[in-house]
Design a binder for this molecule. Sequence first.
Ligand code: ZN
Length: 146
Amino acid sequence: MSFVSHMDLALKAARAAFARGEVPVGAVLVAPGGRVVASAGNRTRELQDPTAHAEMLVLRAAGAERLPDHDLYVTLEPCPMCAAAISLARIRRLYYGASDPKSGGVAQGPRIFSHPQCHHVPEIYDGLAEPEAAALLRDFFRARRG
Ligand SMILES: [Zn+2]
């Protein structure tokens, strides 16, 4: 089976989040076989919910306790909360774009997947569409500081 990236769709969800005044992060959940289960951007402001990160929203939308053989695309390195949720959901592959030195929990900070208490570690592919994902975040925070 050839590789089809769903990062474009994740970027689209991130841009939509930007337009809503949310931190521009987008995520896409893909079922085995390639069907898109859900895509979402951050909605923490709209839902007044600090856990309404894009990754949490697509995992919830799937409506299943575990999602073995599912892949998750996200434009930004997941935070510790989302990384833990990804592990609990048994996600097969995690693809992410920009790294997040401030709040990331995969390659830096608590490095959730390297922790001995982490019982499931997805395959991780970083740097997908990194320039686009990072530029979106830069533009967003620059506009907010404005
Ligand atoms: Zn998160």
